[in-house]
Design a protein around this ligand. Structure first.
Ligand SMILES: Nc1nc2c(ncn2[C@@H]2O[C@H](COP(=O)(O)OP(=O)(O)OP(=O)(O)O)[C@@H](O)[C@H]2O)c(=O)[nH]1
Ligand SMILES: [Mg+2]
Length: 358
């Protein structure tokens, strides 16, 4: 999972990045100052369910699922006629989802590019800019496709017509001032969009960066199909730099029941429509991510393509039931491992053992 962190200058992108990754880097060094700069880090996705399975199995290795966070600078209040810089758009094109940081902390020493702090206004401005960007990109794509259609032979026209039909649907949605993510395009359609630099089909999560002890401002009706969470980014950044035991104590002291890091992951899974499943063996206990609606065959393919090719059956059990029983052997012994075929729809928290033959 790759998540791009974007936001206006000085909104707190780098601060959030450090809160999420625990990276200990000088914020100043990272100040994009409106330039398109990218800093990425890959971190483990914390998961207490995996911890419990690891505790049960005591494997040689425990492997968490991974998330890549990439700060992408270069978002401006008013990108003007030229729109967003191409490099900015190209970077976002590579992300599975976007995290938009909205500044809600007051600090006279840190000027806001619009002169005042108003998270709701910034959100509306950004959503409008993204929409405008996509409208222009889709118009350009349609012009290009129509032009190609004139020049090409019948065979290629079939493919061009397929794209034309899709882009016309995109244009209709955008003209209703709705983001493309409401269309729930399937995987093939999503693939056709790659390379066109569209932004509003990306799943979106906003993080409202509130001051220490501050309350979340009213955002008004937020954009369609997006989520928003409030987070004391600076405080959580400082806590993220502490050793784990101390960090937990501090979070409690500040009344933060669930860390921002965990909430961002949870919301990202929700907006991206992802779930986790697990594999358990002596060498390795491991967490994997899968698109919701994915089948046992998709899960097998995620683990190894050979497993999908030679798929026979999957043995499945929920993680907590397995942890109670003490292991796959014990679960099998009492008939608690369900046998599922390749079309079984995987549930969040399933432990899966794939039987395959190649
Ligand atoms: N007072 C206060 N300052 C904060 C808070 N969050 C972030 N800051 C400060 O605001 C400044 C900007 O934060 P950054 O995280 O660097 O913001 P950014 O979006 O990465 O900024 P650019 O990379 O320059 O676009 C830094 O000096 C932070 O320490 C907060 O909640 N309260
Ligand atoms: Mg920065």
């Amino acid at each position: 999972m790759r998540l791009g962190i974007i936001g206006l200058p000085s909104s707190g992108k780098t601060t959030l990045f450090k809160a999420l990754t625990g990276a200990d880097l000088q914020v100043e060094d990272w100040s994009g100052g409106g330039r398109v700069q990218v800093h990425a880090a890959v971190v483990d996705i914390p998961d207490p369910r995996l911890d419990a399975l690891s505790e049960m199995q005591r494997p040689r290795k425990t492997t968490y699922a991974k998330v890549t966070y990439a700060v992408v600078g270069g978002l401006q209040v008013d990108p003007g006629q030229h729109g967003f810089p191409g490099k900015f758009v190209n970077q976002l094109d590579q992300m599975d989802g976007l995290i938009l940081v909205l500044r809600a902390f007051e600090d006279p020493a840190i000027p806001h590019p619009s002169g005042s702090v108003d998270a709701s206004r910034d959100l509306r401005t950004m959503l409008a800019e993204f929409l405008l960007h996509d409208m222009m990109a889709v118009e350009r794509a349609l012009d290009g496709l129509r032009e190609q259609r004139q020049k090409r032979g019948a065979q290629e026209r079939v493919e061009i017509d397929r794209r034309l039909a899709l882009f016309e649907r995109l244009a209709a949605t955008l003209n209703e001032e709705r983001p493309l993510r409401v269309m729930h395009l399937d995987r093939d359609e999503e693939q056709l969009l790659a390379g066109y630099g569209l932004l509003t089909h990306k799943r979106l999560l906003s993080v409202v960066n509130i001051a220490e002890g501050g309350t979340a401002p009213e955002l008004g009706s937020i954009g369609e199909e997006m989520q928003s969470i409030a987070m004391q980014c600076k405080l959580e950044m400082e806590i993220a730099q502490l050793p784990e035991e101390e960090a937990d104590a501090f979070l409690m002291e500040y009344g933060i029941e669930v860390s921002g890091r965990a909430r961002v992951i949870q919301s990202s899974f929700e907006v991206l429509g992802l779930l986790s499943f697990f594999t358990v063996s002596d060498p390795e206990v491991r967490a994997w991510t899968l698109q919701r609606g994915g089948t046992a065959l998709d899960a097998a393919d995620t683990i190894h393509t050979d497993m999908a090719r030679g798929f026979i059956r999957a043995e499945v059990i929920q993680w907590d039931e397995l942890a109670d029983l003490g292991g796959l052997t014990q679960a099998r012994g009492v008939g608690k491992l369900r046998l599922e075929g390749k079309d079984y729809v995987v549930a969040d928290g399933d432990v899966i053992y794939v039987r395959f033959n190649i």
